[in-house]
Design a protein around this ligand. Structure first.
Ligand code: GUN
Length: 299
């Protein structure tokens, strides 16, 4: 039974969804599946330039991949790298049969055409799920590689609510990386879905009637208590650095937690799930490329 249905109705306060714990469980299951497999999946990550946040993310991805028993390599290129050079590296990794997953860390320097670079990645190795082939497969409801953050949000929602069929879900934000694929995955799970965005007439009103709110607008504290209906599940994808150095989500956590049925904290909610799902995508890509059925171990 989902924990929030077991709570006393007179005692307010949301269940805090522990993304670190769920991610650790998923990573442990993936490590087991990899240890039992006759091959080690390989993830190659490309980092162009020296953006400090990107450097931290890339290092974390490499470490997590290695801890799960994968082979992982970072390709560090200088900030002034030209597009042709980057495309040549991607072509080499596409052709290398030992490489299962290719990830180009974003953002890229201004001289590089991001769409052209992403499109150069073999869709079978596109573990971010960013190529138009994988975007199209998701929109068409066909199997493919799904972007890691929305995939992680779905794991947390299933963990929290169980069956999602018939739930009303509102996604706040329409980015290609999170908002749009998130809405597609919720539709696939038989939710009734709306996307609210910066031009919506009444985003708070849309959210107030929802069973599920996924906040992915990239605006600190945008979603306040008056946006949330009693008992709703709130997933906060935002990672915003305040002037005082604090890291906060898109949701005003304390006030919303008094009304919601369940809520993810920032940090420690969606963030850890993104890397765990990157590993899951890499194992999936490795199995598909070898003609093996997708591991049930991680589900
Ligand atoms: N930069 C910020 N988030 C991401 C992500 O999910 N994938 C890649 N490749 N770059 C990012």
């Amino acid at each position: 039974m989902p924990a929030e249905t077991a709570r006393h109705p007179q005692i307010p306060g949301a269940r805090i969804i522990d993304g670190r714990a769920v991610a650790a469980g998923l990573r442990a299951r993936l490590a087991e599946a990899i240890a039992a497999a006759p091959f080690a999946p390989r993830l190659d990550v490309i980092l162009v330039g020296a953006d400090p946040a990107s450097a931290v993310y890339v290092k974390a991805k490499e470490k997590a991949a290695r801890e799960a028993g994968m082979v992982s390599q970072i390709h560090r290129l200088p900030a002034e790298t030209g597009q042709a050079e980057l495309l040549a590296l991607i072509a080499r990794l596409n052709a290398d049969a030992t490489v299962d997953g290719i990830l180009v860390q974003l953002p890229l320097p201004a001289q590089i055409d991001q769409v052209a670079v992403i499109e150069a990645i073999d869709p079978a190795k596109d573990v971010d799920g960013f190529t138009l082939t994988n975007v199209g497969r998701l929109a068409a409801g066909l199997p493919g590689l799904v972007p890691c953050t929305p995939r992680g949000c779905m794991v947390l929602l299933r963990e929290t609510l169980g069956d999602l069929r018939g739930k009303r879900a509102v996604v706040v934000g329409r980015s290609a990386i999170v908002g749009r694929p998130m809405a597609q995955l919720l539709v696939q799970a038989d939710c009734t879905v709306a996307i609210a965005h910066s031009r919506s007439a009444d985003p708070a009103g849309e959210c107030r009637t929802a069973d599920i709110v996924v906040a992915a607008a990239g605006r600190a504290g945008l979603v306040t208590a008056d946006w949330i209906g009693p008992g709703a599940a709130v997933i906060d994808v935002g990672i915003n650095r305040l002037a005082d150095g604090r890291l906060v989500g898109d949701v005003a956590f304390e006030k919303v937690a008094a009304i919601a049925g369940a809520i993810t904290p920032v940090p420690g909610g969606v963030g850890p799930m993104t890397i765990a799902c990157l590993l899951e995508n890499t194992l999936e890509a490795a199995r598909r490329r070898r003609g093996l059925p997708l591991a049930a171990a991680a589900e």
